[in-house]
Design a protein around this ligand. Structure first.
Ligand SMILES: [Zn+2]
Length: 161
């Protein structure tokens, strides 16, 4: 996934918009509420060590253990995961996508907050630290909030952006 914001003057927000609109990315599928596409990209939870195993996978080089063609923990230009995008979307099917991601990847993904800071001293994005529970609350999705809590959502997380 080449998802880093580029350095030629394009803003993070513009880069995010391009990413969400471009087809065939997990973020686009989450935005559209396309559960079939999400299931194809992320067929199931992987073995222990998932995060390291998935750093270099792609549609051309899928994970040999779980068949995933992208890293479910990858972050978009402003630090978002696919779960964040699904929870932000009001497309039909977006709740189904969020539910699948929550059920499949559990607390690890549920508690993966917006992250752009790679090392101490980096300037955080506007949304740094925002978690899935924050989005479910702000977007008034009580049924999603309930699922997040049952999956082990940390309830004391704070946004830092
Ligand atoms: Zn895998």
């Amino acid at each position: 996934m080449a998802t880093k914001a580029n350095g030629n003057g394009k803003s993070q927000g513009k880069a995010q918009g391009d990413l969400l609109l471009s087809e065939a990315t997990p973020w686009a599928a989450a935005r559209k509420g396309d559960l079939g596409c999400i299931r194809a990209i992320f067929p199931r939870a992987c073995l222990q060590g998932h995060k390291a195993l998935h750093e270099n996978i792609s549609p051309e080089a899928t994970c040999r253990h779980c068949g995933a063609s992208a890293d479910v923990f990858a972050r978009g230009p402003v630090g978002e995961t696919v779960l964040h995008v699904a929870l932000l979307s009001d497309a039909p099917g977006s709740d189904d996508v969020a539910t699948y991601l929550i059920d499949t990847f559990g607390a690890d993904l549920v508690n993966a907050d917006y992250t752009t800071v790679a090392q101490p001293g980096d300037i955080p994005s506007l949304y740094e630290g925002e978690a899935a529970v924050h989005i479910a609350i702000v977007n008034r999705k009580p049924e999603m909030l309930s699922k997040l809590i049952h999956a082990g959502a940390f309830l004391h997380s704070r946004a830092r952006g």
